[in-house]
Design a protein around this ligand. Structure first.
Ligand code: NAD
Length: 504
């Protein structure tokens, strides 16, 4: 930790003290084979509120990936492969209990390196634990199948794990995203080598340490490091039998190419530019709240952000006025404050990307609110941008077509149903879509017509582990969450047993 800061303010003092508290009893590094490895060059993990390093974390490299994969196979063959669903379920429940006891610690870590408002960070840590418990439950309810193959044939299927699975996750909901991979992969009987994003490794490394004595050594390995070394090495490793990736579409397609060389299956959860269609009969305030939540939650750093409001022309003025009012009501502040509803962007590079998009938007569309950084001097060192809304947007504009991954909303209008669907589907992505209407029949028709893997009606979220989550088109394939994800971490085997006994 730097321990010093060029500026002094209440927020700076508070963060330096909270950083000290969070780092007091914990060391960070790679978690491989049940122990912390602290060798290698270090990279500072930044606090996006005050723009200084929280802690220097040793970075893994491709040699660490080799070591982790070897340790993981050893653990698989030594004991994890022989476990049954009941054993794995018990261990996952036990790990979840330990994590529950550390919820506030994990929440603080998530809050500090992501800049996520503490209430959201807490919700996501709880979501991660809930995900582990979901898979601890459902893995025991899995069934094989018996297939009628004739009188003298016993034909059945079994589900088997792959062995070593690689996971690569982004920085926008670190522990929750990790749990989306770890829950189903471990419950299905695999062992895992997981890479958190280099900007936000803290909560995941800590959660791995908290699995000590619960998960056998080598079953869970977490390697902080860069995408180009650690991520790429996981994607390319001959002995990683499946790769599950969450991140951008460009990097995801590279991961798919790397895995294709050895015909390893991949699950890809990628980017989005999700539309929300607001029909003329919508409850406008309800929908304003839903769309705002969908774009401003987590400072817009969400893959399924409702970044495109497509509003019927008859209610566009009312929607826009209320939406701008709602955007301006967000409380930008210190994420450690329970009252803060929007924190900074997670990294300086994301701040630069988002501000560049905002400048482009000012050239091509109509700026309705925001578009700058907050005036509050307490926030001057942080990577904050104001909630920003653009009107008169088209799908041809940069801000209307590219994923911004920040608190930037675009509003466009439509005249009839066909136009709404055409505008909504006119994107390379297909992660999520929203519908604002009070008419049930319209909900079903529209949900059918939208090319997206998730459809929310009159709301944003919740995201429950119970339901499959994932996109269409260039938003990826395969599913995180739901019983489907458990099945994605397993291979099906058909067994033909010939019962034709010549003695009878
Ligand atoms: P990113 O693609 O840059 O990075 C994602 C992860 O991949 C990180 O851990 C990164 O270090 C690693 N990586 C980078 N280069 C790599 C390489 N060559 N080989 C292997 N791994 C590599 O994405 P990001 O900026 O961290 O996250 C934002 C993106 O993630 C957005 O596009 C967002 O929509 C998407 N996302 C999707 C979902 C979803 O569920 N669909 C969820 C969260 C984020």
């Amino acid at each position: 930790m730097s321990g010093s800061h060029p500026h002094s303010s209440t927020v700076v003092e508070r963060h330096l003290s909270k950083q000290q508290e969070a780092m007091a009893d914990t060391e960070f590094g790679a978690w491989i084979d049940g122990e912390l490895r602290t060798g290698g060059p270090k990279r500072g993990v930044q606090d996006p509120v005050i723009g200084c390093s929280i802690v220097d974390v040793p970075q893994s490299d491709s040699a660490s990936v080799d070591a982790a994969v070897d340790a993981a196979w050893e653990a698989f063959e030594r004991e994890w492969e022989a476990t049954d669903a009941r054993d794995r379920s018990a261990r996952l429940f036990e790990w979840a209990e330990v994590l529950k006891d550390h919820t506030e610690e994990l929440t603080l870590l998530e809050c500090l390196d992501c800049g996520k408002p503490i209430s959201q960070a807490r919700g996501e840590v709880e979501g991660a634990i809930d995900t582990l418990e979901f898979y601890a439950s459902v893995c025991r309810a899995q069934r094989g199948s018996e297939i009628p193959g004739g009188k003298n044939l016993h034909l059945y299927t079994t589900q088997e794990p792959y062995g070593v699975v690689g996971g690569i996750v982004p920085w926008n909901y670190p522990l929750w995203a990790a749990a989306w991979k770890l829950g189903p992969a471990l419950a299905a009987g695999n062992v895992v080598v997981l890479k958190p994003a280099s900007d936000t490794p803290l909560s995941t490394v800590r959660a791995a340490q908290l699995s000590e004595g619960v998960l056998p050594d080598g079953v869970l390995n977490v390697l902080p490091g860069s995408g180009s070394s650690v991520g790429q090495a996981i994607a390319e490793h001959d002995d990683v039998r499946k790769v599950s990736f969450t991140g951008s579409t460009d990097v995801g397609s590279g991961v798919m190419r790397a895995a294709a060389g050895r015909v390893a299956p991949v699950t890809l959860e990628l980017g989005g530019k999700s539309p929300f269609i607001v029909f003329p009969d919508a409850d406008v305030q309800k929908v304003v709240d839903a769309v705002a939540d969908g774009i401003f939650y987590s400072t817009g750093e969400i893959c399924d952000a409702f970044s495109r409001a497509i509003v019927h022309e008859s209610i566009a003025d009312e929607f826009t006025e209320r939406f701008v009012e709602k955007a301006e009501s967000y409380v930008l502040g210190d994420p450690l404050d329970e009252e803060t509803t929007m924190g900074p962007l997670t990294s300086q590079s994301q701040f630069e990307t988002v501000t560049e998009y905002i400048e482009t938007g000012k050239q091509e569309a109509e700026l309705l609110c925001g578009g700058g950084t907050p005036d509050d001097p307490e926030l001057a060192d942080g990577w904050y941008v104001e909630p920003t809304v653009f009107g008169s947007v088209t799908n041809q504009m940069t801000v209307g077509s590219e994923e911004i991954f920040g608190p930037v909303q675009t509003i466009q209008t439509f005249a009839d149903y066909e136009e709404a669907i055409e505008l909504a589907n006119d994107t390379r992505y297909g992660l999520a879509a929203g519908i604002g209407t009070e008419r049930t029949s319209l909900v079903h028709q529209t949900a059918d017509d939208l090319h997206a893997g998730l459809v929310y009606v009159n709301e944003y979220g919740p995201i429950l582990p119970d339901a499959p989550y994932g996109g269409f088109k260039q938003s990826g394939f395969g599913k995180d969450l739901g019983i489907e994800a458990l099945e994605h971490y397993q291979r099906t085997k058909s067994v033909y047993v010939n019962l034709d006994d010549p003695e009878l």
